[in-house]
Design a protein around this ligand. Structure first.
Ligand code: F6P
Length: 255
């Protein structure tokens, strides 16, 4: 029975790999839309994969969301030897405190006896504020750490779900809808073809920075995120490793 299950998952991974053409796909059993423990399994698989990429002194940039919170909960003191440093990838873009990158980085550091930095900046900033805020030495230092990260750990969300979860203005909702956005990651909204149709201006990692980061680990599952994952992956760096679940993987292969 076990063998059959494992080979079914392997087949999903292989098929998805062919479809998305990224470096690696890891699929966990179940659908995190339906069972909360599947999200924990996503976290466990992501933590395990991350361990295989680590070198001493690595900087790890992390986004927010409940999936990243699940990854944080799966980190353990065995990571302590690596002397890691966790940094939020972007300024808190409208999440609840427990799902903010700052909080998640603090938990990750706590659980692994590592260091972390915070990025206490407003959700969305004007051009003027952006230009002045990045000159602040404290902020500037965190920004350079983000750019020198060797690992990015990030979530992907359904575009409308994320737009609603953030306090997005009606005008911006219109951009997102008219642009037929499907997925969201790093504050960018992507249509089916992977084109950016809207962007939340905040401090931190920008999409173009990803090309300089050797290890990119995307973690997202649940049938409801299939289109979002497909949209994001249409433009993701080929070096990306996706950790997902059976629910999302099966749905992704239907389209
Ligand atoms: O807001 C941070 C973020 O990582 C988004 O970029 C992403 O869409 C979302 O969280 C994922 O959240 P969740 O894991 O709760 O679905």
């Amino acid at each position: 029975h076990m063998m059959r299950e494992v080979s079914g998952i392997n087949e999903l991974e292989t098929k998805l790999q062919r479809k998305l053409e990224i470096q690696k796909i890891i699929v966990v059993s179940g659908d995190s839309d339906e069972s909360p423990w599947v999200k924990s399994e996503l976290g466990r698989a992501a933590a395990e994969f991350m361990k295989s990429c680590l070198n001493r002194g690595n900087i790890i940039a992390v986004t927010g969301g409940s999936t990243m919170a699940a990854v944080a909960n799966m980190l353990s003191p065995e990571f302590a030897d690596y002397e890691l440093q966790f940094v939020p990838a972007r300024g808190g873009i409208g999440e609840d405190v427990k799902n903010q990158a700052n909080t998640i980085c603090a938990t990750m550091a706590d659980r692994t006896a590592s260091k972390h930095r915070v990025l206490y900046v407003p959700d969305q900033v004007s051009d003027e504020m952006y230009r002045s805020i990045i000159k602040e030495p404290e902020i500037n230092e965190v920004l350079s750490l983000i750019k020198s990260a060797s690992i990015v750990l990030h979530g992907i969300g359904d575009a409308m779900t994320m737009a609603k979860r953030r306090k997005t203005s009606d005008q911006e909702i219109a951009f997102i809808q008219n642009g037929r956005a499907e997925g969201e990651a790093f504050g960018y909204y992507f249509n089916e073809a992977g084109e950016v149709v809207h962007k939340v201006q905040t401090i931190g990692l920008q999409l173009q920075d990803l090309s300089n980061i050797p290890n990119i680990i995307s973690v997202a599952g649940g049938k409801s995120k299939a289109k979002a994952i497909a949209a994001y992956m249409n433009q993701a760096p080929k070096s990306t490793v996706l950790v997902t679940d059976e629910g999302a993987a099966t749905e992704l292969l239907k389209n």
